[in-house]
Design a binder for this molecule. Structure first.
Ligand SMILES: Cc1cc2nc3c(=O)[nH]c(=O)nc-3n(C[C@H](O)[C@H](O)[C@H](O)COP(=O)(O)O)c2cc1C
Length: 228
């Protein structure tokens, strides 16, 4: 059965541009793979706690002992605080490893990712994690605009960061779809960008359906699936 991991990180719900993008992808994916399973991890509804010292101890322990098998780590971790920390990490890693494709909806907060998404990243980043490549689709929302090769674009610490982080865990097939100027209509200096905001978001929703039906998703998800 194919599996989509659907992650959201915006603090807001109905007005969220990034949530609308990731939801459009997930809806199209469900239609294409009706027998599939969608794991939903809403980091605003159920935030992942910040890592603690126990997490760092588990990290060191796995590296020193060459452990990467989740069951082996569960059996080897003895300290109760480490066990509690590892239980959270293990659940998140299982969701990640189960995924044939991943979609993330995330706002830009302070030129980067929201703290709940960073907390999720911290929990699952071990030197031995290797995802071996499910395609990843990231629907961002940004209040302003960050066109490439402009001074504003140089302040985008969201896409380059996420692209690099995913590469470190073995994912290179990664697609970004940006909804920008979302603060047009809210912040007066951006009022001139209302049409651009609407056009970018409409394009993002259209792309979501297109991407969910793309060949790289089919290649990753089709074995055992019943295409719609
Ligand atoms: C805490 C916070 C920080 C933000 N920082 C930025 C920023 O650095 N750059 C930017 O363009 N917009 C920034 N914004 C605006 C959001 O990116 C914008 O409202 C976006 O649409 C939020 O995503 P959502 O629509 O999915 O909720 C920030 C908003 C909040 C709440």
């Amino acid at each position: 059965m194919p599996c989509l991991l659907h992650i959201d990180a915006s603090a807001r719900f109905a007005p969220s541009f990034s949530r609308r993008g990731s939801a459009a992808f997930a809806d199209a994916w469900r239609a294409a793979y009706p027998s599939g399973e969608v794991i939903t991890r809403d980091l605003a509804v159920t935030p992942v706690p910040f890592i603690t010292e126990a997490w760092t101890e588990v990290d060191d322990f796995t590296v020193i002992n060459g452990l990467s098998d989740l069951d082996e780590i569960s059996n080897a971790v003895a300290d109760p605080q480490q066990q509690a920390s590892w239980a959270i990490t293990r659940q998140l890693l299982q969701e990640l490893y189960a995924a044939d494709a991943i979609v993330i909806g995330t706002p830009m907060y302070n030129w980067s990712v929201p703290a709940p998404l960073k907390a999720w990243i911290d929990h699952i980043t071990f030197p031995w994690v290797d995802l071996a490549g499910p395609p990843v689709f990231i629907f961002t929302a940004r209040g302003g605009g960050y066109p490439a090769d402009t001074p504003a674009g140089a302040r985008d610490h969201q896409e380059p960061y996420l692209r690099y982080w995913f590469k470190t865990i073995g994912v290179t097939d990664i697609t970004f779809v940006h909804s920008e100027y979302t603060l047009a209509g809210v912040m007066a200096p951006l009022d001139a960008y209302i049409a651009q905001r609407d056009e970018m978001h409409a394009t993002a929703l259209f792309r979501a359906a297109e991407l969910a039906n793309a060949q790289n998703v089919a290649d990753a998800c089709l074995s055992g699936a019943t295409p719609g």
